[in-house]
Write a protein that binds this ligand. Structure first.
Ligand code: SAM
Length: 313
């Protein structure tokens, strides 16, 4: 949804924008083209490949670009390093990049036989294979159920624990074949057209990268990192991610959040943001036809409220 994202960000010359999830730099490049003259783009990604790629794509552009390898939760540190107090637009395009999926060699996809790594930042945290090796059957079942909404979570988890007693699970093919064996053949149709291992791979990736905790924490602070009138745009591809974004945006846009029935407000909560759209934005039929992966995309955006003495506008 590139046009919708750019419209929501309201890119203007001379302002400061942050792309927290550079990936292939498609959005970052489009932002750079819209903020000239004088605009600043801060690009962040925890994957060193994304930063290397961004140098090539954004380097030749005439905009002022600052690239940081790290977690988007480090945004306040990066702003401080640049002596910037706050941004005029922040974009999060969550999930994995096509490079990570197709060619990183880090085991995000079951389509090729690769080591079971799945770390976006290949220098920190546990690999997917280590999680499979160390977790109990109960923990694995919970992980597949919670993050992958996998119907056969318990059965798959028990099979993993049995298999690892024979040999460690270290490759994507081993895991994909195990899941295919375990999910009852006649039931594989209930997975629709998707491969039976799709949900397990997605759940593992979310766990390895602590994706939901990062979003939760970012969303609870994002308003502080925006100038008044600044925009926050979040593109998600997973219902659990969207649920967090929806809830946090609603909270930021709310006034009093006291339980009903109190005679007087005790929370003092004031809206910090204004929602840009009543309903979530989804890709149109044409985009879905041209790019079937966009099917599950959801875009939400909010604008920081200009504070006036005595309360919000
Ligand atoms: C869907 S891709 C972004 C695609 C990008 N918008 C484009 O136009 O090509 C998501 C990117 O976000 C990065 N990412 C995910 N979570 C992150 C986090 N917590 N901190 C920094 N980068 C993160 C991933 O490494 C990946 O490169």
């Amino acid at each position: 949804m590139p046009e919708e994202v750019l419209a929501c960000l309201n890119c203007r010359p001379g302002r400061v924008y942050v792309d927290c999830t550079l990936g292939g730099s498609g959005h970052a490049r489009a932002i750079c083209e819209r903020i000239l003259p004088g605009g600043v783009l801060i690009g962040i990604d925890r994957d060193p490949d994304a930063i290397r790629h961004a140098r090539g794509v954004l380097g030749p552009l005439p905009a002022e670009v600052h690239l940081f390898r790290g977690n988007f939760l480090q945004l306040p540190d990066f702003l401080a390093q640049l002596d910037i107090v706050a941004a005029d637009g922040i974009l999060l395009d969550l999930g994995i990049s096509s490079h990570q999926l197709e060619s990183s060699g880090r085991g995000f996809s079951f389509k090729r036989d690769e080591p079971l790594d799945m770390r976006m930042d290949p220098d920190s945290g546990l690999r997917a294979g280590q999680i499979l090796q160390r977790s109990s059957a109960q923990e694995l079942a919970q992980l597949f159920k919670q993050y992958g909404e996998e119907r056969w979570a318990g059965r798959i988890a028990r099979a993993i624990v049995a298999e690892r007693q024979r040999q460690p699970l270290t490759s994507t093919r081993q895991l994909a074949e195990l899941v295919s064996r375990v999910v009852p053949r006649r039931r594989q149709a209930s997975h629709g057209r998707i491969h039976p291992a799709t949900r397990v791979f997605m759940a593992l990736r979310i766990a390895v990268n602590r994706e939901l905790a990062c979003i939760e924490s970012f969303m609870s602070q994002a308003a502080e990192w925006l100038n008044p009138g600044g925009r926050l745009c979040v593109l998600t591809f997973h219902s659990l991610e969207d649920r967090i974004v929806k809830r946090q945006m609603k909270y930021m846009a709310s006034g009093c959040v006291c339980p009903p029935g109190l005679p007087r407000c005790a929370c003092g909560h004031r809206p910090a943001m204004r929602l840009l759209h009543k309903k979530v934005m989804r890709p149109g039929e044409r985009e879905i036809r041209e790019n079937p992966l966009s099917r599950s995309a959801k875009l939400r955006a909010a604008e920081k409220i200009e504070e006036r003495p005595g309360g919000p506008a």
